[in-house]
Design a protein around this ligand. Structure first.
Ligand code: S3P
Length: 169
């Protein structure tokens, strides 16, 4: 496939699950950016943010994204929730001719998933903190080429069909 696809949206919107299923559907390679960061540094994004601070994590995130895009082997990339927010990353995504898909899931659904995941998300430790971030980021997620409004309980296969119908990859 010529154009890689990046999947973006807030923490808990289902980026990794949807990206993996879409890659499978299109028979292309899937990369989870957060997992690539962990493989590269030996630390999770949460550890990097907590131990080194968010700016240091964002630099590693950008370097990892550049590396992933540079291989030219990846078909679908699940971004971390903040990756799309960084202008440098959007420029890279644009430079590599990627399509971008925003999974627009209501905040309450994202929060329920964040809370129940039992995974540390240092930028969303409280509901109030996550809500502020959610509102602040919406206008930037809107810059994605494909907007997929979701209620959060859709069937995965239906979602893949919908995304494919919106855009012939
Ligand atoms: C972040 C989201 C996380 C992870 C890091 C920062 C964010 O990924 O990259 O904790 O800034 O929203 P998920 O969206 O997969 O939780």
């Amino acid at each position: 496939m010529a154009q890689p696809i990046v999947i973006t949206g807030f923490m808990g919107c289902g980026k990794s699950i949807v990206a993996r299923a879409l890659a499978q559907h299109l028979n292309v390679a899937f990369v989870d950016l957060d997992e690539s960061i962990t493989a590269r540094t030996g630390r999770t994004p949460a550890q990097l943010i907590t131990e080194d601070g968010e700016p240091a994590f964002r630099r590693i995130e950008t370097d990892t994204l550049r590396e992933v895009l540079h291989t030219g082997e990846t078909g679908v990339i699940a971004l971390g929730g903040g990756a799309w927010i960084e202008a440098a990353n959007r420029e890279l995504i644009d430079q590599y001719g990627c399509s971008s898909v925003w999974l627009d899931v209501p905040f309450e659904v994202c929060w329920t998933r964040i809370e129940s995941a039992g995974e540390d998300r240092p930028l969303g430790r409280t509901k109030a903190q996550a809500a502020v971030l959610f509102e602040r980021r919406r206008s930037v997620y809107q810059l994605a080429t494909i907007h997929v409004p979701l209620l959060g309980h859709e069937d995965l296969n239906d979602m893949i069909t919908q995304i494919n119908a919106d855009q012939k990859f």
